[in-house]
Design a protein around this ligand. Structure first.
Ligand SMILES: Nc1nc2c(ncn2[C@@H]2O[C@H](COP(=O)(O)OP(=O)(O)OP(=O)(O)O)[C@@H](O)[C@H]2O)c(=O)[nH]1
Ligand SMILES: [Mg+2]
Length: 682
C-alpha cells in the first residue's frame, strides 16, 4: 500500500447520499453487518434497518431524516450518515455534508435518476467533498456497466472512473475484477467475496479496462502518462496513490459496484474508504478551522427526541470534548454537554470523550441548532459552514385539533424549526393562520406526523388563505350619519365622504377639506378610524385597497357628538358607499421562476398555461448545462400546489422560486366563485 494508506487519519465520517430509493439505507445496513456492528442485516421492507428508525420513516418506507451509525473496521472508527434521497429532505443532507470526510454516492443504472444524481453531485462538487460512486443493485443490471457509466457521466463534472468490472455468468453478475488490485472475486451472499484466479477472458478484459482506468488517472499524472506511452506497467502502489490523490483533489470520482441487499461489494468499498478517503485533519483544513487550542465541533443535525431530550449529532473537528464540557454556539450562549453518545441509528449509548474526527451525539445543548459551529471558547467560532435552506415551495395552515394544545403547538413548531430550518413557520396576523412552509407534500406531511407522534399535538391542515383584496372602479360622494336619541345623552355624528379609486399598489390615503369647523378638528381622526375600520371588509368580503377618502363636509351637535359617534358615522359612510362604487376583486400575482431539465421545459410551459400563468420567456439556467429557467407571472391561488405538478413533470428535480409582483383585477366566473366561497365561510 502506498504512503497515503498508512497515514493516521483518526475516526472517519462518511455520508451516504444519492438519488431517491437507490439503496443508501440498505447499504448502511450492509456496512454495519459486514463490520459486526449488528448481528443480522435488516431490510427496509421489513422495517428492521438501523437507518430509517423513526416511526415516520418506517411508515413511509423511505428516509425522511438523516441517520448516523458508528462502527469499527480494521481497528478504525467510522461513522456513516445515511441521508434521505428525496429532494424534499435534501436540507438534511446539505447540512451534514460540510463536515464529512467523503461521500459515497449510491446510484442505480437508471437513466431517469440522472437529474437527481446531478443535483447531489453538484452539492458535493461545490463543497469540494471527495466522492465515490457506488453503483448499486447490479443484481438487476441488464446492460454493460460501461454503458451505464456513459448514461451517468453527464451528472458529474469530473470523470467517473470505473475501478471494478463485473463478472457475468448466465446474464447475471456473479462477481467482479478489481482493476487496481488486478484480482477477481466471486460474490458470496452476506459473506466476503471469494478470490478466484484472474485468467482467460477475465484477464483480457481486466487488461483493457485497467488501461482505460489508468488513462484517466494519467490525465493528472505526467509520470504515469509516460509509463503508459512506453508500455511500462506502473507499480501497484503508484496506482493506489494516484487513485487516492485524485479522489481527494476532486478531479475524479471512482466507481465501485455492488448489491447492498446481499452485502456484495461492501468490503471493497470499505477498503477503498480506509485507504483513500481523507481524514479529519484534511476536513478541518477544508473548513478553515483555526484554533488556539480550543475544541471545535459542527452540528450535523439536532433532534428533539421524545424520551432522551435534545440530542445534537456533531462532528468533532478539533480537540477533545468530554461530558460536562461547556460549548458555545452561534447564539453566544454556552450549554453544558450532558452526555456524549455513540449512535447506532435511533439507539444511543453513553461513551467517553469525543476526540477529533468522532461523530457523536451531545445531550441537551439547549441553544444548538442544525448547522451550528460549537466551540469550547467563550466567544463563538466563525461558522465553519453556512447552509441556507432552499426557499420553501408549499404551505399549509396548522391548527391544533384541541384548543388547549395551542401553546404546545407553538413550542413544538419551534422545535421542528430548530431541527430543520427548511421548514418555516409564519403567523399571518390578518387571518390569524399559523402557516407551515416546506419543501413539498411529504415534507409537510412528515412534519405533522412528528407533531402528533413526538410532541403529542394532533393538528388539522388546510391550504392557506389566498391574499385577495378588493377595490373600486368608480368614485362617489356619500353621507354617513349616526344619530341616536335614547333618553339622557344622545349620539350624533354626520360626515360627507368623497371616495375615489387610486392606481394599483397605492394602498389607502385619507384627507380632509373641512372649512368653517362643520366637523370639529378633534373629531377628524375618529372619522378616519371609522373609515379604516370599514375598509377592512368590503362588499365582496375582502380588505379594500387602492382608494382615497376625503372628508368634505358634515355637521355636529354640541352635546351629543363624540369620538365614538364620528367613528361610527365614518364607518357608515364607507359601508353605504362601497357597493355603489363598482367593487372588483383583486388577486395577488407573483413572478415565478421555474428551473427544470431542458427536456421537461415544454411540459412546464403547458403546466403554467393551464394554471393561468403568463409565460415571460425562458433561458438556459446559468451554470447548469442541460437545464432551463422559465419565467412567468402566476396568480397566487395557482401556485398553491404547483410544486406537485412540477416535480411529477421533471422526475422530482424541478423546482421554483416566487415573489409577489402585483395585484390584478379578477372578474367573471372565477371571481364570483371566490366571493361566494368567502360568503359561505363567514
Ligand atoms: N435488487 C436490489 N434491491 C435493492 C438493493 N439495495 C436496495 N434495494 C432495494 O431498494 C429499495 C430502496 O432501498 P433503500 O435502502 O431504502 O434506499 P434509500 O436510498 O435509502 O432510499 P431513500 O433514503 O428513501 O432515498 C428497497 O426496496 C431495497 O430493498 C440492491 O442492491 N439490489
Ligand atoms: Mg434511505
Amino acid at each position: 500500500m502506498g504512503q497515503n494508506g498508512n497515514s493516521p487519519k483518526g475516526p472517519r465520517c462518511i455520508a451516504l447520499v444519492g438519488p431517491f430509493q437507490s439503496g443508501k439505507t440498505t447499504l448502511l445496513e450492509a456496512i454495519l453487518a459486514r463490520t459486526g456492528a449488528i448481528q443480522r442485516q435488516g431490510t427496509v421492507e421489513a422495517g428492521t434497518t438501523v437507518g430509517d428508525g423513526s416511526p415516520e420513516a418506517r411508515h413511509h418506507h423511505m428516509s425522511v431524516e438523516v441517520s448516523a451509525a458508528s462502527t469499527n473496521f480494521l481497528g478504525d472508527s467510522y461513522t456513516f450518515i445515511d441521508c434521505p434521497g428525496s429532494v424534499e429532505f435534501v436540507h438534511d443532507m446539505r447540512t451534514v455534508l460540510p463536515a464529512v470526510d467523503a461521500a459515497v454516492v449510491v446510484c442505480e443504472a437508471d437513466e431517469r435518476k440522472v437529474p437527481q444524481l446531478q443535483l447531489v453531485m453538484r452539492e458535493l462538487e461545490q463543497l469540494g467533498i471527495p466522492r465515490f460512486l457506488f453503483l448499486n443493485k447490479i443484481d438487476k443490471a441488464d446492460q454493460r456497466v460501461r454503458e451505464t457509466l456513459k448514461l451517468l457521466q453527464p451528472a458529474s463534472r469530473v470523470p467517473l472512473v470505473l475501478r471494478q468490472i463485473p463478472i457475468w455468468s448466465n446474464e447475471i453478475i456473479t462477481g467482479f475484477v478489481d482493476l487496481a488490485l488486478e484480482r477477481a472475486f466471486i460474490y458470496k451472499e452476506h459473506a466476503p467475496s471469494e478470490v478466484v484466479p484472474l485468467e482467460g477472458e477475465h484477464a483480457d478484459r481486466n487488461k483493457e479496462a485497467r488501461f482505460g482506468m489508468l488513462e484517466k488517472l494519467a490525465d493528472y499524472d505526467d509520470e504515469l502518462m509516460e509509463q503508459l506511452l512506453e508500455d511500462i506497467p506502473p507499480p501497484r502502489d503508484k496506482v493506489f496513490d494516484d487513485l487516492a490523490k485524485e479522489l481527494r483533489d476532486g478531479v475524479i470520482c471512482p466507481v465501485l459496484i455492488g448489491v447492498a441487499t446481499r452485502t456484495n461489494g461492501v468490503l471493497r468499498l470499505l477498503k477503498a474508504l480506509r485507504h483513500e478517503a481523507p481524514g479529519v485533519a484534511d476536513t478541518a483544513q477544508r473548513l478553515s478551522v483555526k484554533t488556539n487550542g480550543e475544541n471545535i465541533a459542527y452540528v450535523m443535525k439536532t433532534l428533539h427526541t421524545a424520551h432522551g431530550g435534545k440530542m445534537s449529532i456533531s462532528r468533532v473537528l478539533s480537540g477533545t470534548i468530554p461530558e460536562g464540557a461547556m460549548l458555545t454556539g452561534a447564539s453566544g450562549t454556552a450549554d453544558r454537554v450532558s452526555g456524549v453518545f455513540k449512535l447506532t441509528g435511533q439507539a444511543s449509548e453513553k461513551r467517553g470523550p469525543a476526540v477529533a474526527g468522532d461523530t457523536v451525539a451531545f445531550g441537551k445543548l439547549d441553544h444548538a441548532r442544525s448547522g451550528d459551529t460549537l466551540t469550547s471558547a467563550k466567544q463563538p467560532h466563525a461558522p465553519v459552514a453556512t447552509v441556507n435552506a432552499y426557499p420553501p415551495v408549499l404551505a399549509f395552515t396548522v391548527t391544533a385539533k384541541e384548543r388547549k394544545d395551542d401553546v404546545k403547538l407553538g413550542q413544538a413548531l419551534s422545535k421542528l424549526y430548530d431541527e430543520d430550518p427548511s421548514l418555516t413557520i409564519i403567523h399571518n396576523p390578518e387571518t390569524h393562520e399559523v402557516i407551515a412552509w416546506g419543501q413539498g407534500e411529504m415534507h409537510l406531511r412528515v412534519a405533522t406526523e412528528r407533531l402528533a407522534q413526538r410532541f403529542g399535538v394532533a393538528v388539522t391542515t388546510q391550504p392557506p388563505t389566498v391574499g385577495y383584496r378588493e377595490t373600486i372602479r368608480k368614485g362617489i360622494e356619500q353621507r354617513g350619519r349616526h344619530k341616536k336619541q335614547s333618553g339622557g345623552h344622545g349620539q350624533f355624528g354626520d360626515v360627507v365622504l368623497r371616495i375615489k379609486p387610486m392606481p394599483r399598489g397605492s394602498g389607502f390615503s385619507f384627507d380632509e377639506e373641512i372649512t368653517g369647523g362643520v366637523v370639529p378638528r378633534n373629531y377628524i381622526p375618529s372619522v378616519e378610524e371609522g373609515v379604516i375600520d370599514a375598509l377592512k371588509h368590503g362588499p365582496l368580503g375582502f380588505p379594500v385597497v387602492d382608494v382615497t377618502v376625503t372628508l368634505i363636509d358634515g355637521s355636529y351637535h354640541t352635546v351629543d357628538s363624540s369620538d365614538m359617534a364620528f367613528r361610527t358615522a365614518g364607518r357608515i359612510g364607507i359601508v353605504e358607499a362601497l357597493p355603489q362604487c363598482n367593487p372588483v376583486l383583486l388577486e395577488p400575482i407573483h413572478s415565478v421562476e421555474i428551473v427544470c431539465p431542458s427536456e421537461a421545459t415544454a411540459k412546464i410551459n403547458a403546466i403554467l398555461s393551464g394554471r393561468r400563468g403568463q409565460i415571460l420567456g425562458f433561458d438556459t439556467r446559468e451554470g447548469w448545462a442541460g437545464w432551463d429557467a422559465v419565467k412567468a407571472l402566476m396568480p397566487e391561488s395557482e401556485i398553491g400546489d404547483l410544486i406537485v405538478e412540477v416535480r411529477s413533470a421533471t422526475a422530482g428535480v424541478g423546482t421554483f422560486t416566487f415573489k409577489f409582483d402585483h395585484m390584478q383585477e379578477l372578474t367573471g366566473k372565477q371571481a364570483d366563485q371566490i366571493v361566494a366561497a368567502r360568503r359561505a365561510a363567514e
